[in-house]
Design a protein around this ligand. Structure first.
Ligand code: GLV
Ligand code: MN
Ligand code: MN
Length: 430
């Protein structure tokens, strides 16, 4: 090991050992108050007023830590701790938006642990060679405006932004208008270009699944992310009176949609061995009246698999199902509005993260880190196209997420932040 390597390793260990669990827990509780629910969950969908208030809070916290704050055309927020040299920074962070009913940790944990790393570095008096930036990406969830991971994908490929701006939410608000309002609310924050060079990126996140908990292991080295596709299916029929229209004279958009849904669930059951995951998560019914036959039903399909060939096969089957669905009047159309192949993180990043996780686990007398693939998608999926990227996972109690009951034990959240501190400090001295 060169003298520079051994100094870098010493700084990484020092940063890891200065992570403060109480401070991290307090930060998680404080951010969760923005959109906090009586059931313990958080409702903070992207670019809502409550999200804008949370962003303002994060800006203030970052400034108090001595960070320079900037934003970009997709309202991503960057909190920068200067390095000794003005080199491309090491990026960490995640997203602060939630599902309509989410928990305190999905996304928020990665952002707050990033700020905790900065607090730990400050406290330990460590100056790194490269700057470190903590990011809060805009609209990772994709629940209000589709698709998901808009901020990170637009950062990596700004050509995506014009189409994103046209995306509308359930109240017909354009993403572009919500974005402009968010940027206006942070007009004290300088705007930086997208696609800025980054030397590396590491995202810390809760697993959101059962793997780590079942293995009784507190830290996971994430080797990659499974592939995902989202579709929108629109069935049209003819609105008519529920009481007077004979059953065989109806063109019921709901009957068409339910028929397709049955076929889709049957297909997913037949594909169980290939680990296909299928969700029909959002339904919109027009006119949504108890006594009118639906004239329009729109629903979404989320399909995921580690093996992208399974999703290609699914799409061919979906195409055939649509061609066969022949409502009496009206029709069926579908469109894919999000697709990503699987992501594979580079070996050098995985071995650094392995070392960081192993040291944190060992000091806490816990089991060795486990390698696993992410079932959820993350902003890291896009950053992987931009710079060497990887992720660290901590367990999710009961494997539950996208639910108010989402939970991770404080000592596991602490170990995750320790592993992050080691990784970020090591990368920032390379
Ligand atoms: C992210 O929230 C996902 O749906 O994987
Ligand atoms: Mn997330
Ligand atoms: Mn999520």
């Amino acid at each position: 090991m060169t003298q520079q390597d051994s100094l870098a390793r010493h700084a990484a260990e020092l940063a890891q050992d200065h992570v403060n669990s109480g401070r991290l827990q307090a930060a998680i509780a404080a951010l969760a108050a923005f959109g906090g629910r009586d059931d313990g969950g958080v409702s903070r969908e992207t670019l809502t007023d409550i999200d804008l208030a949370a962003r303002r809070y994060l800006i203030e916290q970052a400034r108090a830590l001595g960070c320079e704050v900037s934003t970009d055309d997709c309202a991503n927020l960057f909190f920068r701790r200067a390095g000794k040299a003005d080199l491309p920074p090491v990026l960490t962070g995640s997203h602060a938006d939630t599902q309509p009913v989410g928990g305190k940790l999905d996304g928020a944990y990665g952002v707050l642990a990033g700020l905790e790393v900065i607090a730990a570095l400050n406290e330990a008096g460590i100056e790194t060679l490269r700057p470190i930036e903590v990011v809060a990406w805009t609209n990772e969830e994709g629940s209000r405006f589709g698709p998901g991971a808009m901020g990170s994908s637009a950062f990596v490929d700004p050509a995506c932004l014009p189409a994103y701006r046209a995306s509308v939410d359930g109240a017909n608000i354009r993403f572009g208008d919500a974005l402009d309002a968010a940027l206006a609310a942070t007009d004290d924050v300088p705007r930086r270009p997208m696609q800025r060079p980054m030397s590396a990126c590491v995202e810390l996140h809760i697993e959101q699944g059962p793997v780590l908990e079942r293995a009784a292991v507190p830290l996971g080295v994430v080797t990659g992310i499974q592939s995902v596709r989202w579709y929108r299916v629109e069935c049209t029929g003819v609105m008519a009176h529920a009481g007077t229209t004979p059953m065989d004279e109806r063109s019921d958009a709901m009957a068409t949609a339910v028929g397709i849904a049955h076929q889709l669930y049957a297909y997913a059951a037949a594909e169980a061995a290939s680990q296909l995951r299928l969700t029909l998560g959002r339904w919109q019914v027009g006119p949504n009246s108890v006594n009118t036959i639906p004239g329009k039903v729109e629903f979404t399909i989320d399909v995921r698999c580690v093996d992208e060939a399974v999703l290609a096969r699914f799409e061919a089957t979906l195409d055939a199902m649509m061609a066969q669905a022949r409502p009496r009047q009206g029709g069926v159309t579908y469109q894919c509005f999000f697709r990503r192949p699987p992501t594979h993180f580079p070996a050098a990043m995985l071995s650094l993260i392995e070392r960081a996780c192993a040291r944190a686990s060992e000091q806490a007398s816990q089991g060795k880190p486990l390698h696993l693939t992410s079932g959820a998608f993350h902003d890291a999926m896009y950053l992987a196209e931009h710079c060497p990227t990887a992720m660290i996972f901590v367990p999710s109690k009961g494997g539950i997420s996208h639910n108010a009951a989402e939970e991770t034990a404080p000592h596991e959240l602490f170990l995750g932040a320790q592993a992050l501190a080691y990784t970020v400090a090591a990368l920032a001295n390379q």
